[in-house]
Design a protein around this ligand. Structure first.
Ligand SMILES: Cc1cc2nc3c(=O)[nH]c(=O)nc-3n(C[C@H](O)[C@H](O)[C@H](O)COP(=O)(O)O)c2cc1C
Length: 435
């Protein structure tokens, strides 16, 4: 396994305070679109709060067989491999030098790669990148999809944390990949995927003199002795680089009754993937199901639900648009687990989901680059589901491993592509976790 932490070495490392304010607003209110506030009065505290609740380490896992420990983060990642990196450019943020930084989650610090004005539109802009081979050594052909789903999770992790602090976040996926990578001085194995512009009154601003930026410095650490990367992954990435039809997404807001009072701070940092679910007879309520589904709306996606145990709702396969439409009746537990590459958790959960993307629509509008957006949307839905489940006292697990063609057949799809599975229910105890 390659080192999950990229560092740019040989540059100043700037401390982010360890105890920034806690976002006190209820997690459900944030999901429904309400903005919170922050008491951070300087740049370091503000940035520390933003990253602590979106990208930092939040737990440790011990592998029982070897005793090795692994860090778990606020944002989830397929196989916990974390191909996503967080870079950011600041201008005029109070007490914080204008420049280009790379967030270092292992120590909750910022590597200062350059100083000066990088000319982004806004005082705080975060650029999410992927190191695809860090995923490909394990997931081979499927790695690019996983990277995109992980980017969707990271996007929502940042966007919702920003909102919990009273800010807005706009995502831009259309840019010249090569020019942006050069501007950021990225290591050759890192690809820029999404730009997040954070705006709003709570960002502490001070005086700033326009200055010419220095050239980004720092040597990327070596993540492993060997780089395993199937040739076609860079090819897919290049193919999806071509169309620059603008793709810009503001925050999404949803209507749902508030069913849980847990704070955003608590929910974001205690979010975990369930190792498995208890199965048995424990049900979720119809109100919980509707609340979960309320956060799944995205332009390119249709949600199919394998209902196992929801009180008052017959088990079966359903499709969610404005209403719940039953497509098949009967027990779906074996089929849901089977379609999810035989992973029992999809059958032991109370519900499992298939997210189907309108790839034809996406590519008609954005060319092959639409492939990225469809997966990022699915990752974004996944992240909201993780937080919604946690806020409801349930738990969720993203499932990237499923049999694409079998799911298409089972759902009787004529168009579209299955991009992500999800399972939600009551978790079994996970003995590997240390908080
Ligand atoms: C895109 C994606 C795909 C995933 N696929 C699976 C999967 O197929 N099976 C599974 O058990 N967990 C899956 N997970 C959960 C990860 O293993 C989990 O996020 C990771 O181990 C980190 O743990 P945490 O979510 O508790 O931080 C997936 C997560 C993501 C984000």
């Amino acid at each position: 396994m390659p080192n999950p932490f990229r560092h740019y070495e040989g540059v100043p490392v700037v401390d982010l305070p360890a105890d920034p304010p806690v976002p006190a607003i209820a997690a459900w209110d944030v999901l429904c679109g309400a903005g919170g506030e922050t008491t951070a009065v300087d740049g370091a505290a503000f940035l520390s709060q933003l990253f602590l609740y979106s990208a930092a380490i939040s737990a440790t896992k011990i592998a029982p067989a070897t005793g090795s420990t692994y860090s778990l983060r606020v944002n989830p990642s397929s196989g916990n491999l974390h191909p996503t990196e967080f870079h950011f450019a600041t201008r005029g943020v109070s007490g914080w030098a204008d420049g280009l930084y790379h967030y270092r989650p292992s120590q909750h610090m910022a590597e200062q790669r350059a100083v000066g004005d990088f000319g982004f539109d806004g005082s705080l802009v975060i650029i999410l990148t992927s190191i695809a081979w860090r995923e490909a050594w394990k997931y081979r052909d499927r790695a690019y999809r996983y990277c995109l789903l992980d980017i969707g999770h990271a996007w929502q992790a940042v966007g919702l944390a920003a909102r919990a602090m009273g800010c807005r976040c706009t995502a831009t996926g259309s840019f010249d990949d090569v020019a942006l990578a050069a501007r950021l001085g990225l290591a050759g194995d890192e690809w820029p995927m999404l730009i997040l512009t954070i705006e709003g009154g709570p960002i502490p601003l001070g005086a700033s003199e326009p200055t010419v930026p220095t050239v980004p410095a720092g040597s990327p650490n070596r993540l492993s002795e060997h780089v395993l990367m199937p040739d076609w992954i860079p090819d897919i990435h290049a193919a999806t680089s071509l169309n620059l039809e603008p793709w810009e997404r503001p925050d999404s807001a949803f209507t749902a009754s508030a069913l849980g009072g847990r704070t955003f701070g608590e929910v974001a940092r205690s979010r975990r993937s369930a190792l498995d679910f208890v199965g048995g007879s424990a049900e979720i309520t119809m109100a919980q199901l509707l609340a979960l589904l309320s956060v799944t709306r995205e332009p390119l996606l249709t949600i199919y639900i394998y209902v196992h145990r929801v009180s008052g709702l017959e088990p079966g396969l359903y499709r969610h648009s404005d209403t719940l439409e039953r497509l098949k009746s009967g027990d779906q537990r074996v089929v849901a687990a089977g379609l999810s590459l035989g992973q029992n958790l999809a059958g032991n959960a109370c519900i499992a989901l298939s997210m189907v993307a309108d790839l034809e629509g996406a590519t008609a509008r954005s060319g092959e680059r639409g492939y990225r957006y469809a997966h990022m949307e699915a990752g974004a839905v996944g992240h909201r589901l993780y937080l919604a489940a946690e806020a409801l006292g349930l738990r969720a697990t993203g499932i990237g491993a499923f049999f694409d063609d079998r799911v298409r057949e089972y759902l009787d799809l004529e168009t579209g592509q299955v991009v992500y599975h999800f399972a939600i229910g009551y978790p079994v105890h996970d003995p590997r976790l240390e908080l």
